[in-house]
Design a protein around this ligand. Sequence first.
Ligand SMILES: Cc1ncc(C[n+]2csc(CCOP(=O)(O)OP(=O)(O)O)c2C)c(N)n1
Ligand SMILES: [Mg+2]
Length: 356
Amino acid sequence: MAVAATFEIEYLQYLGPDGKPVGALPEHADAARMVELFRQMLFVRTFDSKAIALQRTGKLGTYASCLGHEATHIGIGASMRPEDVFAPSYREYGAQFMRGVHPREVLMYWGGDERGNDFEGPRHDFPWCVPIATQCLHAAGAALAFKLRGEPRVAVTCCGDGGSSKTDTYAAINAAGAYDLPFVQCIINNGWAISVPRKAQTGARTLAQKGLAGGLHCLQVDGNDLFAVLEGMRRAMERALSGEGGSVIEFLTYRLHDHTTADDARRYRDEAEVKAAWEKEPVARLRTWLVDNGHWDEARERAWIEECGRRVDAEIDAYLGTRVQPVEAMFDYLYADPPADLLAQREAAIAREQRA
Ligand SMILES: Cc1ncc(C[n+]2csc(CCOP(=O)(O)OP(=O)(O)O)c2C)c(N)n1
Ligand SMILES: [Mg+2]
């Protein structure tokens, strides 16, 4: 039989679910960096639980939890340089915090204040993108601009397992391969697209292989293993910067919470599956490795968690203290020249506010 082409998808895992190394750690692993990133993982977990509590007490419109995604999100953000560009979807706070987005900005966004998307820190990063996978095209466009201008920068974007089925993701992958762009497509496979499970999502054996047809480098990593996330991203960023082309990385993780606070996953998800996923979660796994190797202990964790609580509370205070925008603001930033029907709605909204 003549074979036209053969392909393989490499899988990276360094720490098993029990926190024990499954083999040699990556050459570039650095214990001090792992401690720092573990602290960031604890910070984002603290933020997440307080954000959910804010929503439950009526102080936030809705919220998409990142519980269980900490290693993937922190690892992606930690692998980028300030001059690179990040195009997230709506859940990757860990990556955004690593890039300098303030927690108060995330809260403003979910509280209905679009100024939360106008990041004070990474001015050139893209805002949250709720229309599924459209951000992948924005990132491919940014990568094309970097190439045309000769700028040594990388565009990194994230979509979910569900998002990886969208035409926009395939189009971004195709453009990145056709134009040989400095582009990294992160596919965060957390098992679910709201109530649609991964197995009903696609016939593909891996989501990483979706990059093969576009000619990109493809890799699947254990997204609950920070070592694997960092090593996968390091390879992809280096390739992009050295002109070797774009990458697709599938991060295997799990959505431990509901899709958003507007969802109740108990209606469609088996409790046993969630219980099994908790056995593989990223925070306990890295903690075990750090403690086993003398880099972390209970007293340090207690002190740091208290500090995280204080820092998040200060961000919450800043969010709650932000002056609410006038009702007409939602009309004022849509068009340079608003159409007549919107102008009429704007007037009606103002009149309604004045009556209230
Ligand atoms: C174009 C479009 N279609 C449908 C939706 C509704 N929607 C919001 S989130 C979501 C599921 C996304 O799942 P996945 O890509 O796996 O990301 P996750 O939420 O798991 O992080 C859907 C269908 C949307 N926001 N945009
Ligand atoms: Mg998903």
